[in-house]
Every structure is written in structure tokens, then in C-alpha cells.
Design a protein around this ligand. Sequence first.
Ligand SMILES: Cc1cc2nc3c(=O)[nH]c(=O)nc-3n(C[C@H](O)[C@H](O)[C@H](O)COP(=O)(O)OP(=O)(O)OC[C@H]3O[C@@H](n4cnc5c(N)ncnc54)[C@H](O)[C@@H]3O)c2cc1C
Length: 382
Amino acid sequence: MQFRLTEEQQMVRDMARRFAETEIKPKAAELDRTHRHPEEIVRMMGELKLLGIVVPEEYGGGGMDYISYVVSLIEISKACASTGVIMSVNNSLYCFPVMAFGTHEQKMKYLYPCASGEYLGCYGLTEANAGSDPASMRTTATKVEGGWVINGEKKFITNGNVATYCVLAAVTDKEKGYKGISSFVINLKETKGFSLGRVEEKLGICASGTAELVFENAFVPEDALLGKEGDGLKQMLTTLDGGRIGIAAQAVGIGKAILEEAIEYSKQREQFGKPISSFQAIQWKLADMATELDAAELLTLRAAWLEDNHLPYEKEAAMAKMYASDVTMRAAVEGIQILGGYGYIKEYPMERHFRDAKICQIYEGTNEIMRLVIARNLLRHR
Ligand SMILES: Cc1cc2nc3c(=O)[nH]c(=O)nc-3n(C[C@H](O)[C@H](O)[C@H](O)COP(=O)(O)OP(=O)(O)OC[C@H]3O[C@@H](n4cnc5c(N)ncnc54)[C@H](O)[C@@H]3O)c2cc1C
């Protein structure tokens, strides 16, 4: 067993780290305060091939592996969690399903523009009344001459306000239940009958847009259907398995930022005539944070390694996502505590990390759902 990155993986990580430290970290507080989409950063990420890391080069991507994806996403998320999720959604939730289920023609038309970073993609599964239970969705796609007509509303869609392309799930045959759901890949800007709904105000990841997508008799061409009719829910759930590795990496990145800042602050801050890092109570908190975050990173890398090696990873991705987000949330609570009053005010980034960390326990399947996925796998294979 090797606990070492290959030379290529190290190069990608170091490149992402340099880019994150020079171009992203200095802007993270401003992005959070103004809720601004980091357009110039996203453009540069496209040039660095960070928006389609595992997509083959012929389809505009970086042609790298999932370990490279994870190590670079950790670095980007450590600098700015909002930028991390913009990157993660484009890679895992948009590029992956088009790459996995699309035809060559669909990949040239719909994957190339987003993997190369020219445009952003988003993923529309959730609806107002269909969150943890996506099979209860109400958005429909009706077959008509030359294509499909879509009606319905998708909620909480990351990148929804800035994306040009979308992978969308809709009911094509109500009678067939979850086997009557299909997925579509759509150019939103060219779709008459599509409009942008509300863009949400949020607790954290404020520079990442979260929007409603509204479809009213929206016509999409025949080639918008991704894979076979009726395979949509299966495709969307497979996509989420990989997406969870991305969210685990995002959580690890936020956790690393928390630990680094807690260590630095505790060495500088003096009380009772000594740095607070000399107090055992503070040392124990740092030791727990570091140990849990290391374990989370290893779980995340294991899941990525399984995906690279075409082995099953549903359970391992759920474990990584659940554990990484839980320990990062714990680290965020302790991080604030280590900074005392200064942890609670906006002058220090700890307060932002605390708000950003929370979403990792919720999206791409809540951690309650992650526990159900893990248990289902345990019980199925025994
Ligand atoms: C910022 C943000 C970005 C998002 N981005 C996207 C996106 O890009 N695309 C997309 O499609 N969706 C996106 N989502 C939606 C997200 O994935 C859902 O919010 C999430 O899956 C939970 O669904 P819900 O909010 O409807 O909660 P609910 O499903 O209503 O759950 C409420 C509570 O009940 C619990 N619960 C539900 N069912 C069970 C059960 N069977 N057993 C135990 N507990 C249960 C949940 O764990 C949770 O604690 C985003 C959400 C947010 C907030």
C-alpha cells in the first residue's frame, strides 16, 4: 500500500495550492460579504483545467484522475468554500453524468463547453417537495414532435443563476414511479420557457449562487435526453455518489483552514502571561481536530481511489461525506472557541468557516440519508 501521491498528483495539488493562496484566499472575505459570483476566478480555474479534471482531453477536460480532483478541490475549498462548491458541482454533478451517460455527440455539444471552463453547468434534482426523496418530484417532460416539453420548478440549484447548461431530472412516465424518471441535458440560455426564479440568501457559501429554475412549456430538442428514457433517477443517484466525494473534499478543505488558523492564533494569543497554545485544554482541541481531519482525508482519498479503479464506492463515498462534514463542523465549533470572542466576529475568517462548514452536512444527501446509505450497504452484503 502506498500512502504517497504520484508525481503528477503532487503537481496538480501544488498548482491548485499556489493558485488558491494567491488568487482566491485574498478575496474570500470580500466574496462572502458581497455574495459576488467569483467570475474571474472561475475563468482562471477553467484555464487551469480545474473545472473538468477527470474529463478526457478530447472533451475539453484535464484527463486526470479522481485523486487529483480531490487533492485540488481540498486546496480550493481551504481558500474559499464557495469557490470549492462551484468547482465541485461543475465537475461532479454536471460533467460526470454527461461523460458517463452521454453519446459522443452529446459530449462534444454539452460536455466540452463546461469541461473546458467556457461555461458553467448545474444539476437540477431537488424540488420544493422533493429533497431527500427525489423520486417524489413533480417536474414533467412530455414527448412531442422533435423533442420534449418541460414543466416544473427545481429548487436550491447550485450555480443555477450563472450556469449555461443543466443536467435535469423530470418525470416522463408517471405510471412507472421511479422508473418513469429520465434525465436531460439542456442549454438553459437557448431554452424558451425557462426562467430563473429566486436566488436564495444563505447562512454560508455566500458567493455560490443557489437558485430556482422555472420551466413553463419549455421545449428541448430530442438530443437533450441523456441515456435511456426511465434511467434518470438511477443516473442522478450514481452521479450523487461521486458528488459526495467532492463534498467530502470540500469539508476537508474547510477543516484544514480551521486547524491552520486555530494553530496560528493559539501561538500568538497570550493570556496569563503565556501563549494559549501552552494550555493543555487548547492542545487537546488541536490534537482532536488534526486526528479527525486526517481520518476524514483518508476516507475521502480511499473513495476517490476506488472510483479511479472502477470499484464500487457508494458506501465509501457516503462514509467520507458524512464523516468529513461531521468532524469539520466539530472543528468549526472548537475553532471559534479557541479564538474566544475574536472567533465570533467577522474580522477573523473563523466565523466564515463556521457558517460554510454547516452546508456539507446537508447537501448532496443529508448526513441522516448518508447513514441510511451506509446501513443499506452493510445489510445487503452480509
Ligand atoms: C446551498 C444548497 C445548495 C444545494 N445545491 C443543490 C443542487 O445543486 N442541486 C440539487 O438538486 N439540490 C441541491 N440542494 C438540495 C439539497 O441536496 C437538499 O436540500 C437536501 O438533499 C435535503 O433535502 P431537503 O432540504 O428537502 O430536506 P428534507 O428532505 O425535507 O429533510 C429534512 C430533515 O429530515 C431528515 N430526513 C428526511 N428523510 C429522512 C429519512 N428517511 N430518515 C431520516 N431522516 C430523514 C433530513 O435528514 C433532514 O434533517 C442544495 C441545497 C442547499 C441548501
